[in-house]
Design a protein around this ligand. Structure first.
Ligand SMILES: Cc1cc2nc3c(=O)[nH]c(=O)nc-3n(C[C@H](O)[C@H](O)[C@H](O)COP(=O)(O)OP(=O)(O)OC[C@H]3O[C@@H](n4cnc5c(N)ncnc54)[C@H](O)[C@@H]3O)c2cc1C
Length: 448
């Protein structure tokens, strides 16, 4: 339900009282900026943009103000779409019904760092959290390749990244220890949920409650190094990617690319042209073992770099990033599908046949690798037609071309029925049978 001009004006007046003049905007430029995310990565979504435009944007500066802002919106019957850094690539942060965009970027305080945990406000960038953990002799279990994104956005819209080989996804139950959430209630209040009770708010796009503050687990710090290797062929690299991922202590990240994708990455002497590239964040004690694996597979180690900046740089070339660099490097329009399973290594040739011109970017994981299969874009139907072929090859997949919550959908609906009875939180993101676009597979979906 879209809000009327009168509702928006009344809300704006109240929010200026809570957040001050600079904490609210109804200017078109600010509203447009707050209404886009990384959805343009998908040509299928890009063809449908703009999918919504905020009527008003608010910038709460702390958890209490987040609660007060949501309560004001609810009292005025205005929908609320939370926004971290806006890097989610499925359109999850787009205000499909207009209303209020709740920009968290000013609520970025690290509240507490203790033994085994860290508490931060929703808008805190993941890199700041990792740095605060490091200063206490600890590290976070995982962060996304979009390391500048917010903790609230990563928990609500993301799933994994650097650290996932050992710790799985942020939905695993070990990552989030506690949350302070805000429901669609007319009274401002922060609801503290811990352990199991916190998990239903993870990866559900803020539809059942908005995260104002999060407490995540920390582990003892390790000495990490950035490890670059190259190979004559991609098959050389894929033949050992999982073995490198299984080194003990477990690497934080192991990514590999075809020469064509590696050529599209930012120029770096450690990523030579026309060779397959493997990049890893390794525990320093495993450099020798990794080198032996690389050389036995016909590759060579290009460089080993020390320090946090070197390892974050490798993170920022993982997961969706190589595909984004590929898209930027050419006039050709590329789409991608998130894929998983041992078939990524065992049936690589067949996988590359699923779409004309297909190219795989691959990441080691604990059980089996995951990846992004990119190919020149033709039409939505051509993309969806490949899904059955992926299934026939035993490849798990997740469609990045739709914006609906696809994790624990029924649990999310049931929770939202009590926490958001009027459907004001990020409306349009919980699927109803008739709104699921063709070709979206829910079963066995593997998020990346
Ligand atoms: C090139 C590229 C690479 C990426 N790599 C990864 C990766 O390695 N791993 C990964 O998991 N993801 C990845 N992503 C997706 C995305 O960048 C991350 O998930 C990121 O952590 C999202 O954080 P954000 O602050 O940008 O969230 P946003 O995009 O702002 O929001 C994401 C979702 O969460 C909701 N939300 C935001 N803040 C809150 C809050 N406080 N409470 C409730 N709901 C909220 C939004 O409404 C939206 O639905 C990638 C995207 C791109 C474009």
């Amino acid at each position: 339900m879209t809000a009327t001009a009168e509702q928006i004006a009344a809300l704006a007046e109240e929010l200026v009282g809570i957040l001050g003049d600079r904490g609210v905007t109804t200017e078109l430029r600010g509203r447009e900026k707050a209404s886009v995310d990384g959805a343009k990565m998908s040509p299928i979504l890009a063809e449908q943009l703009p999918l919504g435009l905020a009527d008003i944007v608010a910038f709460p500066a702390n958890a209490q103000q987040i609660a007060e802002t949501v309560a004001a919106a609810v009292r005025h019957g205005v929908s609320v779409t939370p926004r971290g850094k806006g890097t989610g690539n499925y359109g999850q942060a787009i205000p499909m019904q207009g209303g209020l965009v709740l920009d968290m970027s000013k609520a970025r305080a690290i509240v507490e760092v203790g033994d085994g945990y860290l508490t931060a406000e929703a808008g805190t960038p993941m890199v700041n959290i990792e740095q605060a953990a490091r200063e206490s002799g600890q590290q976070i279990l995982m962060y996304p390749s979009t390391a500048q994104s917010s903790i609230g956005g990563f928990l609500s819209g993301g799933s994994g990244g650097t650290g996932s080989i050992k710790h799985g996804s942020n939905m695993s139950g070990d990552y989030v220890l506690a949350l302070d959430v805000v429901y669609a209630s007319p009274e401002a209040s922060l609801v503290h949920v811990e352990g199991e009770a916190a998990q239903p708010y993870v990866h559900t796009y803020g539809t059942a409650g908005i995260i104002a503050r999060a407490t995540i687990a920390l582990e003892p710090i390790q000495e990490w190094v950035g490890f670059y290797a190259s190979f004559p062929t991609f098959e050389n690299a894929t033949s050992i990617i999982q073995q490198i991922g299984w080194l003990d202590p477990t690497p934080r990240l192991v990514s590999a690319d075809l020469p064509t994708i590696a050529n599209a990455l930012p120029a770096d002497t450690a990523i030579p042209k026309d060779r397959a590239s493997l990049r890893a964040i390794l525990d320093a004690s495993t450099i020798e073992a990794a080198t032996a694996l690389v050389e036995a597979a016909g590759g060579r180690v290009e460089e080993v770099r020390e320090g946090p900046q070197a390892t974050v740089k490798i993170s920022m070339l993982s997961y969706n990033h190589p595909i984004e660099w590929l898209q930027k490097s050419t006039d050709e329009t590329y789409f991608h599908v998130e894929v998983s399973g041992s078939a990524l290594v065992d049936k690589l040739d067949d996988l590359h046949q699923v779409y004309p011109g297909a190219m795989l970017h691959i990441e080691a994981q604990r059980d089996h690798p995951i990846g992004m299969l990119a190919a020149p874009y033709i039409s939505p139907e051509a993309v969806y037609a490949g899904y059955d072929r992926l299934t026939a090859l035993g490849v798990g997949f997740h469609s990045p071309h739709q914006w609906f919550v696809d994790h624990e959908v029924e649990r999310t609906k049931a929770l939202a029925a009590s926490t958001d009875p009027d459907g004001l939180l990020n409306p349009g993101k919980i699927p109803t049978g008739s709104t699921v676009p063709t070709g979206t597979k829910w079963a066995g979906a593997k998020s990346a």
